[in-house]
Design a protein around this ligand. Structure first.
Ligand code: AMP
Length: 454
């Protein structure tokens, strides 16, 4: 099938062709004709499937005729994060280049004044995160009575982030007669139930069964103790052919810690988390896309919707506590038919979450085979470098000691203990500043600062 078979106008087809696309993706093939027929839509599709264009393309067509009035947008797209909202806005720019549609982006971290000016001029397409939109609505700066098309994107994520009450408030401000497009990467029963509140006789489209990990992603799991995680991650990055990678942490605080640690160890890394202002986020993302650094440490919220087509690796520095997040995270690699690699670092504390993931994807994440830990700098050890001596990390590099059960470490040979004592002074440089780096009296380990010469 070609884009020209979908009922889109010449102008849009030209813009699609300028963007370098000629064949619609499966979600576009299924969704576009129904959206053009003004049907409500319930779409189950992950990011990376071309789902954004599946609603932006027909919306440009629908909105091509008619004029907007001041503060009364003609369509509304709700996104859970600023980055996703910005990406949707970019797509309207790309595909709407031969149309004269006006748009505004209402996201946090950007001045209200600028947004008010855009609203006053009248917008055809309003793209917003729920909180900021409600702020404007409550101040009377935006009236939603004229909205003809509503898109609720990434509904499962909206729910996870606690935005659904805001979404419901917003929908109450909209006219009952409208077209609604509802997208979610997964379709658990509560999302389906919720969707029925917003949709009327929707056409259902789905491009991959919910929670399917793409076949182009090779997944692996490595189990280590908590304090070995950073060292293991460095070993993994060195052992794998990493062109560019996202590294996910569960907590914002850890994003900063891990970023500093990686930078100190000579990796070119950046960080992205929800507390950063919009300017820093955009700048970081632009630098990452431009290849100024090839590793981006991030939290789930910050990484949501990042559109970086050729990501070679995803590392889960922490096992996500929601299994859905695992699918979202690893879905950042192996996109558009390219091979990708997703490696998860786990501790024995994570077994429960690994079980959730196994249940969701239908199999346990396969154990990593043959990680080599051969970097000269790591012959100087610290609390962070014990992974080199751990059986899991030594597999494939000749380490044949029996594997201890989860969470327990094998006793080290006495020669190794001696070597550790002798060489631990320079380890100060290797020491990280995170909470998991210092340990007293465990396994003969002596913290570096006790051994440092005065
Ligand atoms: P999305 O699922 O909307 O996040 O889109 C993922 C990526 O696919 C984006 O980089 C889009 O520009 C790209 N894309 C969208 N439509 C197509 C298409 N028909 N063929 C190839 N790539 C596409």
């Amino acid at each position: 099938m070609k884009f020209s078979d979908l009922g889109l106008s010449e102008e849009i087809l030209r813009a699609i062709s300028d963007a370098g696309y000629d064949t619609p993706t499966p979600i576009q093939e299924q969704a576009i004709p129904y959206v053009l027929m003004n049907r409500d839509l319930l779409g189950c599709a992950q990011t990376g499937t071309g789902k954004t264009a599946s609603f932006t393309l027909p919306m440009i067509e629908i909105l091509a005729h008619g004029r907007s009035r001041a503060r009364m947008p003609r369509s509304l797209i709700l996104e859970p994060t600023r980055e996703l909202a910005a990406q949707v806005s970019d797509q309207f720019e790309t595909y709407g280049k031969y149309h004269k549609l006006s748009k505004a982006l209402l996201i946090g971290g950007v001045s209200f004044n600028e947004q008010n000016t855009a609203l006053d001029r009248g917008v055809d397409v309003l793209i917003a995160t729920p909180g900021r939109l409600l702020d404007h609505a409550e101040r009377g700066k935006v009236l939603l009575r004229d909205v003809k098309v509503l898109v609720i994107d990434e509904a499962d994520r909206m729910m996870d982030m606690g935005f659904m009450p805001d979404v419901e408030k917003i929908v109450k401000l909209l006219p009952n007669i409208r077209q609604t497009l509802f997208f979610s990467a997964t379709m658990p029963p509560e999302i389906r139930r919720l969707s029925s509140k917003f949709l009327s006789n929707p056409k259902e489209v789905s491009v991959s069964p919910p929670a399917t990990a793409a076949e182009t992603i090779s997944q692996a799991l490595i189990k280590v103790s908590a304090r070995d995680k950073r060292k293991t991650l460095r070993d993994l990055i060195r052992a794998e052919e990493v062109q560019n990678a996202l590294i996910f942490c569960n907590r914002k605080r850890d994003v900063g810690i891990l970023h500093r640690s990686l930078t100190r160890h000579g990796f070119k890394a950046g960080a992205l988390h929800g507390d950063m202002d919009q300017y820093s986020r955009t700048e970081t993302l632009d630098q990452f896309k431009a290849g100024k650094f090839n590793i981006l440490v991030c939290s789930d919220v910050a990484a949501r919707g990042l559109d970086i087509p050729a990501m070679s690796h995803v590392f889960n520095f922490d096992v996500p506590t929601h299994a859905d997040d695992y699918i979202h995270r690893i879905g950042r690699t192996g996109r558009a038919g390219k091979q990708g690699r997703a490696i998860t670092i786990a501790t024995s504390e994570d077994n429960k979450y690994l079980d959730f993931i196994a249940k969701l994807i239908g199999y346990p994440i396969p154990a990593l085979e043959g990680l080599k830990t051969e970097q000269p700098e790591d012959t100087t050890e610290d609390s962070d470098s014990i992974a080199a001596a751990k059986p899991e990390a030594r597999r494939g590099s000749g380490g044949r000691r029996p594997k201890p059960s989860d969470g327990k470490t094998a006793k080290k040979p006495s020669s190794e203990r001696k070597r550790r004592r002798k060489t631990s002074a320079p380890a100060a440089a290797e020491q990280d500043d995170g909470s998991d780096s210092l340990s007293f009296g465990k396994e003969g380990h002596v913290p570096a600062f006790l051994l440092r010469k005065p």
